[in-house]
Design a protein around this ligand. Structure first.
Ligand code: GLN
Length: 482
């Protein structure tokens, strides 16, 4: 039998086509990996019964025919439990499929379980999950990053070839960088959010986690496109094959702008900076023009993100009131009790903190100072980035300032935790695509990644560039020992 250990989707498709393996053997292999390793990793909140996974197949052909994936637990799969890793949604069953699930099903994909995450996607380490801990497959003392830590750890550990996560401030790219895999965040509006539980709707996007650039482009090809069920999707986007330009060559004359104030920011670990600079040398060897550029507004992104994400979260999470979804407090006797007790018991401390801050920044007398100012800065950021893209095809920046941190590292310093989004939140706020790609290891043998950002709908160019880099460096061929 073909070797499936850490096989890419691209390879698996060949194995299936040549009939070197069957779909059943493939499923058995991944269920076997979960059984063997997920006690340690903790990536899945639930693995679905194998038979039910197969019975739900909608197509035997397509881009992902027979290839299983893991779905972050904030994306609805019809008739499956959905909790957002929160107690408040305990017992909730999704009544419909997210559009991405329908699209992937139509391409023959299997969904074998629900991935752990930070509660309601709020966090950078997956530590805020109300249910379980997920560890970094490279070192069990370290966090996998977050909020899509379950999705990313599963892919990095080879428990599954692909997974879906969600991105509001970096939740796919940051864990991807900390676990040594490829994570992408598409242009705002490219992928439907119908059926994604909202965190901060003006910036949320579904993102893809895979071990290679090719695989990432392939999964995005399956989920991208206009959706009549999500009015925020871009109009007239038809199916694109994002793998079509993956030739191993970069675009002739490609100009990469390195965000100087990011790469040289205080707090970027020198070891991380050195690995990023090695990656830049590779891009030069591939023929790219690499120049440093300052984008001072990027330094505001964490602050702007902090305010906007809390404000929108406070509004979006108002619907979890103990009446309509999931858990209701057993001690509630009056209507206000139902609201107050269900929310106090159901939401964890990080989520409660964010709701409080969100309501504060939106309240009379404060909205102008905080919320409206943050919106204005967001618009300035977008204008500045778009201006920079007149000069440069792509921008290059760190993803995370340092390697994966130990559990509890920021337990008493939530500001430090919030600063984990420092380099990632800009792409979300500006609405542009960005992909995190592995570029080496620190002396602690922990992975590091860089990110490429591009103008609206430049996914093809980002993948083409990232793929060329991946071919000459082969970092993706390194795997954790479990
Ligand atoms: N760390 C960020 C936050 O806690 C990112 C979350 C996300 O992208 N979902 O809000």
């Amino acid at each position: 039998m073909a070797s499936l250990e850490f096989a890419s989707i691209r390879d698996i498709r060949v194995f299936l086509e040549r009939k070197e393996i069957s779909v059943d053997e493939l499923l058995d292999f991944y269920y076997g990996r979960f059984a063997k390793f997920d006690k340690k990793i903790g990536s899945a909140l639930e693995l679905f019964d194998k038979k039910s996974v197969k019975d739900r197949t909608r197509s035997e052909t397509g881009l992902l025919a027979g290839i299983p994936g893991l779905i972050k637990d904030n994306i609805c799969i019809q008739d499956r439990t959905l909790t957002c890793a929160s107690k408040i949604l305990a017992g909730y069953v999704a009544p419909y499929n997210a559009t991405v699930i329908d699209k992937l099903s139509a391409q023959g994909a299997f969904f074998i379980g629900r991935a752990n995450m930070d509660e309601f996607a709020m966090g950078s380490s997956t530590e805020t999950s109300a249910y379980q801990k997920t560890v970094n497959p490279w070192n069990a003392q370290r966090v996998p990053g977050g909020s899509s830590g379950g999705s990313i750890a599963a892919v990095a550990a080879g428990l599954i070839p692909w997974a879906l996560g969600s991105e509001t401030g970096g939740s796919v790219r940051q864990p991807a960088a900390l676990c040594g895999i490829v994570g992408s965040k598409p242009t705002y509006g490219l992928v439907s959010r119908y059926g994604l539980v909202a965190y901060a709707s003006s910036i949320d996007q579904i993102g893809v986690a895979t071990r290679t650039v090719y695989d990432n482009a392939l999964v995005l090809s399956a989920i991208a496109g206009t959706d009549v069920k999500d009015a925020t999707t871009l109009k007239n986007i038809s199916a694109v094959d994002y793998t079509r330009n993956l030739t191993g060559k970069i675009k002739p004359g490609l100009k990469i702008g390195v965000i100087d104030n990011a790469l040289h920011a205080d707090g970027v670990d020198p070891e991380v900076a050195a690995l990023l600079k090695n990656a830049l040398k590779e891009f030069e060897r591939l023929g790219a023009i690499v120049e440093y550029v300052k984008i001072p507004v990027m330094d505001y992104s964490a602050a702007v993100y902090f305010i906007l994400s809390r404000a929108e979260a406070a509004s979006n999470l108002a619907r979890f009131d103990g009446v309509r979804y999931g858990a209701r407090s057993a001690d509630a006797h009056t209507l206000s009790d139902v609201y107050e007790l269900s929310r106090s018991e159901g939401f964890g401390p990080e989520v409660q903190r964010r709701i409080l801050i969100g309501n504060y920044v939106l309240s009379v007398g404060h909205a102008d100072k905080f919320y409206n100012s943050a919106r204005q800065v967001q618009h300035i950021m977008r204008a500045e980035f778009l201006k920079t893209f007149k000069e440069y095809d792509l921008l290059f920046a760190p993803v995370s300032p340092a390697e994966a941190f130990p559990f509890g590292a920021f337990a008493n310093n939530s500001l430090q935790m919030d600063l984990q989004d420092y380099f990632t939140a800009a792409a979300n706020l500006v609405g542009i695509p960005a992909v995190s790609i592995p570029c080496g290891f620190t002396s602690n043998k922990l992975p590091v990644g860089f990110q490429l950002m591009g103008p609206d709908l430049s996914e093809e160019l980002i993948f083409q560039t990232g793929y060329a880099y991946e071919q000459v460096t082969q970092w993706h061929a390194n795997h954790p020992e479990l």
